[in-house]
Design a protein around this ligand. Structure first.
Ligand SMILES: *Cc1c(COP(=O)(O)O)cnc(C)c1O
Length: 432
């Protein structure tokens, strides 16, 4: 192992391909760590033949790991039948999938699904629906002398990088260069009920009064912020304030959903949500086990009815290949009881990490298989690189935290192996 720059550690094929990559790819992701070739289960191999145990799973996407036989079969069979139709036509998989998602979310009679192709698109749809809803609130129509309804998002919240979703994404360095964005989006500190109350109370008819609040949008565990739960009691009180002020509660389940935290959706765990029911949830990442797919579920008929022909759409929305991939993914999660596996392996992982006694590991947090280990000093990139070179993929999600999100099929043996690699990381790595 060399201690020079990352490129010095790459195999020859990797180096050659990454040279080409940088000539033709927009440099928005930095230099990729490796060029990957193929995977099986929780393992993936780079083009130089090096094997890695993958505890990131394409950022909580590859729910069934790589090349799961049921997933491969479903996608191949669908590809041989029909891969795309446009929304002038429907297909069986998309109809079955929408029904299945409504059922798994426990959404009430009359709930409806909108399909997009990513998390950002799920949130774009949710924001547009919230805007239509906002126009039904008293005093919200500018053309009648009212003030536009507002959307309240959370400090450290992440909802995607398209312009609408970005408006509700907090991180200033990724948002501010693109301002002005969608107006009337505000941020409050999660956990601070008084701040949320004050934001609601700013509504008024006086000259300095603002429009009513159409929606509050939040993640239950802020994934990109470092796997930070916002707190069940806060969510419960936010729900109450939304009810009092006739605002929608949008829960972004793009990262937490589809079994990742040990339940189908995180809001179904009282410890994460205080037992609330949302008005809208958005989903993506893990739903189709690696196929691009996302969307939203609007809870109930009345809210669903606000979208009418022309309100929204996308050429690929509800694409049959994605729907088949999702049905296969959900089917395996159900059949193999991967929700229980996510809970058990998550617990094993968090306890195993602390049991290593490595002084670099200060604490763990998270739920199911969406976890982070807090480091004693800010060396997350160095720690991630060390682990990568020792055959384990993790993610430096914050300067002092590593995110762990293995596939839901991960075995007890895989977890033991990951923990034993992590145990060896030098505690005195240089800070990033
Ligand atoms: C990843 C993520 C998104 C954005 O999803 P994309 O598919 O990258 O557009 C939105 N919200 C949350 C909570 C996420 O983790």
């Amino acid at each position: 192992m060399t201690t020079d720059g990352q490129l010095e550690q790459l195999g020859t094929k990797d180096k050659a391909w990454l040279g080409k990559y940088s000539q033709v790819h927009m440099n928005v992701f930095g230099t990729p760590l490796r060029v990957m070739d193929h995977g099986k289960g929780a393992r993936i191999w780079d083009i130089d033949g090096n094997e890695y145990l993958d505890f990131l799973a394409g950022i909580a996407v590859n729910s069934l790991g790589y090349a799961h036989p049921a997933w491969v079969k479903a996608v191949s069979e669908q590809a041989a039948k029909v891969a795309h139709t446009s929304n002038y036509f429907a297909t069986e998989p998309q109809i079955e999938l929408a029904a299945k998602l409504v059922k798994l979310a426990g959404a009430p009679e009359g709930s409806h699904v909108y399909f997009g192709n990513s998390g950002a698109e799920g949130n774009e749809a949710a924001i547009k629906l919230a805007k239509l809803y906002g126009r039904t609130l008293p005093g919200a129509l500018p053309e009648q002398g009212g003030k536009p309804a507002r959307i309240i998002s959370m400090v450290h919240g992440f909802h995607g990088r398209t312009l609408g979703a970005l408006s509700a994404t907090w991180k200033p360095v990724i948002r501010e260069p693109f301002e002005p964005l969608v107006p009337a989006v505000e941020f409050v500190e999660p956990g601070d009920v008084e701040a949320l109350k004050a934001a609601f109370d700013a509504t008024g008819t006086a000259a300095d009064g603002k429009g009513p609040v159409a929606a509050v949008i939040m993640e239950l565990i802020q994934g990109e912020a470092g796997v930070m739960p916002v707190g069940a009691e806060y969510v419960r009180q936010a729900r109450q304030l939304c009810d009092e002020h006739h605002a929608l509660l949008i829960i972004d389940e793009v990262q937490t959903g589809v079994g990742r935290t040990g339940s189908w959706f995180a809001f179904q765990q009282k410890e994460l949500s205080g037992g609330v029911t949302p008005d809208i949830i958005t989903f993506a990442k893990g739903v189709a086990g690696g196929f691009p797919m996302g969307g939203m579920i609007a809870f109930g008929q009345q809210l669903s009815d606000l979208f009418t022909p022309g309100s929204h759409g996308s050429t690929f929305a509800g694409n049959p290949l994605g729907a088949a991939a999702a049905l296969a993914t959900l089917g395996v999660i159900e059949h193999d009881d991967l929700l229980a596996n996510a809970q058990a392996r998550g617990k094993q992982l968090r306890e195993g990490i602390m049991a290593t006694g490595n002084p670099l590991f200060k604490s763990t947090r998270g739920a199911g298989l969406l976890d982070a280990v807090e480091l004693a000093h800010p060396c997350a990139h160095a720690a991630m690189n060390w682990m990568l070179e020792h055959g384990l993929i993790v993610n430096a999600v914050a300067p002092d935290a590593l995110r762990l999100a293995p596939p839901l099929i991960v075995s007890a043996q895989d977890v033991d192996e990951a923990v034993s690699i992590m145990a060896g990381v030098p505690a005195d790595l240089a800070d990033d």
